[in-house]
Design a protein around this ligand. Structure first.
Ligand SMILES: Nc1ncnc2c1ncn2[C@@H]1O[C@H](COP(=O)(O)OP(=O)(O)OP(=O)(O)O)[C@@H](O)[C@H]1O
Ligand SMILES: [Mg+2]
Length: 318
């Protein structure tokens, strides 16, 4: 295991046993993945892709059909009791003690986790605007999630495994949560989080892996992906019909030129220099640059029409 690897997954496979009908479900098919110290790794995939299955395997809640996972040098299955000492975990569906208040739960959990500072837990709750003196049974979905986040972070674990942590949280709380994860990363700790919303994790993750039908499709650095991005540029001028189709189409990296009266809209890949210089010859009223979301970008992967370069690059890491 590489010294910098916090999580190393080898050929991890899970086939759920057959029910009365059918031959069982292959939920995870020979997953190979390494997550390094100090990174935030986004584990993405549509519903039913196998994200929760992977996480439950890592936590030894279910047993693999074959393959193994190693967390901080320990076997996730054989040494699971030891592994749990180093983990913060937010399950997709959190079971809480309904009759207890948030404060009681935090104190109870702090008692089980040596060295845990309840003041830090209280600070986290306050930042998330979570009121702790209410019985958990009366919490809203979002508040349950917030308490889930607090209990996952409160003992400052070196490795966090979070299953769709931002599900049900409003945008402002998501921002606060992202800041908390950045602080975790700044302290050299590591985060593995699942999501099916790519646009959300692109803001916070260093790398993303995309899972579909139990198969890892791609792993790539968010920064590198953004380099391969195209952008939509819209330029508007007060004068009508002055733009010339051929002129714009001839520019390097420019595709899909759409001219309407007073406006040109182009897809630009790479440098903007030529576009800006041509635009400068016109009386520009407005200029807008729009980036596609990673979600949109990956959709092309799912369709099988994505850039081969990115797909090849994806395998480099593993
Ligand atoms: N206990 C189980 N028995 C049989 N099949 C299961 C079981 N749990 C999950 N599956 C199946 O395994 C596949 C992967 O499910 P999983 O819950 O891991 O997906 P997911 O990526 O977490 O999806 P979501 O985004 O909806 O949470 C699905 O087809 C699901 O129906
Ligand atoms: Mg899930």
């Amino acid at each position: 295991m590489s010294t910098n690897a916090v999580l190393q997954i080898q050929d991890l496979t899970k086939r759920y046993p057959a029910g009365s009908s059918g031959e069982g479900k292959l939920a995870l098919d020979r997953l190979n993945l390494t997550v390094y110290r100090g990174e935030i790794f986004g584990y993405l995939g549509p519903n039913g892709a196998g994200k929760t299955t992977t996480i439950r395997l890592l936590l030894d809640l279910i047993r693999p059909t074959s393959g193994s996972a190693n967390i901080l040098g320990l076997d996730a299955q054989k040494q699971s009791v030891n592994v749990k000492r180093f983990l913060g975990n937010l399950p997709s569906e959190l079971t809480l003690w309904e009759h207890m208040t948030g404060t009681q739960i935090i104190h109870y959990l702090a008692g089980l986790r040596p060295g845990c500072d309840t003041r830090y837990a209280m600070q986290l709750a306050e930042r998330l605007d979570l009121h702790l003196n209410q019985r958990v049974g009366s919490y809203s979905t979002g508040n349950r999630r917030k308490l889930g986040i607090v209990q996952a972070l409160m003992h400052k674990p070196p490795f966090l495994i979070l299953d769709e942590p931002t599900n049900g949280l409003d945008p402002l709380v998501r921002q606060t949560f992202n800041q908390m994860l950045e602080e975790v990363r700044d302290e050299g700790r590591t985060v593995f989080l699942s999501s099916h919303v790519l646009s959300e994790v692109e803001q916070i993750c260093d790398r993303v892996g995309v899972l579909r039908d139990g198969v890892l499709q791609a792993v790539e650095g968010v920064h590198d992906l953004k380099q391969a991005y195209y952008r939509w540029v819209t330029i508007r001028t007060t004068e009508t019909s002055v733009f010339n189709q051929a002129e714009w189409s001839a520019l390097d990296g420019v595709e899909d030129v759409r001219i309407t009266p007073g406006q040109v809209r182009l897809r630009v890949c790479g440098r903007m220099d030529a576009v800006v210089k041509l635009a400068a010859r016109y009386p520009v009223d407005d200029l807008k640059v729009e980036e596609p979301s990673l979600e949109h970008f990956f959709m092309t992967f799912y369709d099988g029409s994505g850039s081969e370069g990115v797909k090849d690059g994806a395998r480099r890491h593993d």
